[in-house]
Design a protein around this ligand. Structure first.
Ligand SMILES: Cc1ncc(COP(=O)(O)O)c(C=O)c1O
Length: 369
């Protein structure tokens, strides 16, 4: 009935029905157990086999994103990943960044900061992103989300990468709203740099993130905060040759949040066991189920075309303030947020059709008032 086993998610036994995976996800017992095992190990052996954990999680993440593990660096969150990219490029005042105007602040502010350095930053409507990339001065970087946070509009990253490369630009994609929910193949799509975080659709703990820096982009993005972990060899701290690691680990300066990464690894394993294609099919079915059942006072604000759809459906109800509605719904046990001018519904692989039906029954009662 569901793609992921709901019994692995304690939230399903609390009476809450969680439709906020675009915000943050409740942890599975797989993640909880992995973090607890890590904590117990640190308590008794001190070092707690940190290195193998990190290497294993990197490999799992590489498979999920469709990239080589060697091209991935861990961060604390998505914002940090975008920041290290923006801060790591050697900008000059003839550089240009093109970014979509509806982005989450974390994929806009690091670029806007560059205006202080004389970089031209063009903030353009999402619909005219490719056109803006193709005209005007040659862009250095094109930055956009795979899936928009507010209404879930998904773009074709392969097409945007193609448009960027035609002008010699790098594509930096914020992929946090898609990874874990929608099959992802970043290297095949020729994305240069991608950034994500663990606590939404990846079902991992907060405080984990990943940045993918393709081999091509590694000549352009320099480590922003290098340290002992960025160099080879890194077991002799008195060896100051400062030789950066050839792979993306050069972006990791210091000690990782290994316990949280263990939790992220368990979460990715859970996703991979079910398979992201099945999870996506399930999520997409729940989104359709929601839309089909909405009362006539509802307007769906999300793009539901085959290529534009995602795990987010944002809808408005005539005469009902979304902020009021999500507060009322929370009291009735439904968790979602007001975003993009409506209510943002974001189910996952363990969400059941019954959850959606119970939600619809509550909403439909409003439509009949
Ligand atoms: C598209 C997008 N990018 C970045 C973020 C921020 O992520 P983090 O808190 O991991 O930095 C969010 C969070 O809502 C988001 O939706």
């Amino acid at each position: 009935l569901t793609a992921l086993d709901g019994s692995r998610f304690p939230i399903t036994r609390t009476g809450l029905r969680w439709f906020d995976h675009a915000g943050a996800s409740p942890l599975s017992m797989d993640a909880v157990d992995a973090i607890a095992r890590w904590a117990s190990a640190v308590a008794t052996d001190g070092r707690a086999t940190a290195e193998p954990t990190v290497a294993t999680v990197r490999a799992l993440a590489g498979d999920l994103l469709g990239v080589a593990a060697a091209d991935l660096a861990f961060t604390g969150n998505t914002t940090e990943g975008i920041g290290l990219v923006a801060a790591g490029i050697r900008w000059s005042d003839d550089d240009r960044v093109v970014v979509a105007e509806c982005e989450f602040p974390s994929n806009l502010y690091p670029w806007l900061m560059l205006r202080e350095r004389g970089v031209r930053v063009d903030v353009v409507p999402l619909a005219s992103l490719s056109e803006a990339v193709g005209s005007g001065p040659r862009p250095t970087v094109v930055a956009a989300s795979w899936v928009q946070y507010a209404r879930g509009e998904r773009i074709d990253l392969a097409a945007l990468a193609h448009a960027a490369h035609a002008r010699g630009a790098l594509l930096v994609a914020d992929v946090i709203q898609g990874t874990g929910a929608i099959p992802c193949d970043l290297a095949a799509w020729d994305v240069d740099i991608a950034v994500t975080g663990g606590h939404k659709w990846l079902l991992g703990p907060a405080g984990t993130g990943l940045v993918y820096v393709s081999e091509r982009a590694r000549d352009v993005v320099h480590p922003f905060a290098p340290g002992w972990a960025s160099v080879t060899p890194h077991d002799d701290y008195a060896d100051y040759r400062f030789e950066l690691l050839p792979d993306a680990r050069r972006f990791e300066g210091g000690t990782q949040a290994t316990g949280l990464l263990a939790g992220l690894g368990a979460s990715i394993m859970l996703l991979q066991t079910a398979g992201v294609p099945s999870i996506w099919e399930h999520i997409d079915g729940l989104c359709d189920r929601l839309i089909e059942g909405l009362p006539s006072i509802a307007t769906v604000l999300s793009d539901r075309s085959a290529g534009g759809r995602s795990g987010i459906v944002t809808f408005a109800l005539d005469g009902i303030d979304p902020a009021w509605a999500v507060g009322e719904l929370r009291r009735a046990g439904f968790v979602l947020r007001a975003r993009g001018g409506g209510m943002r519904f974001a189910p996952h692989g363990y969400t059941s059709p019954d959850d959606v039906d119970a939600f619809l029954a509550t909403i439909r009662a409003w439509g009949q008032r």
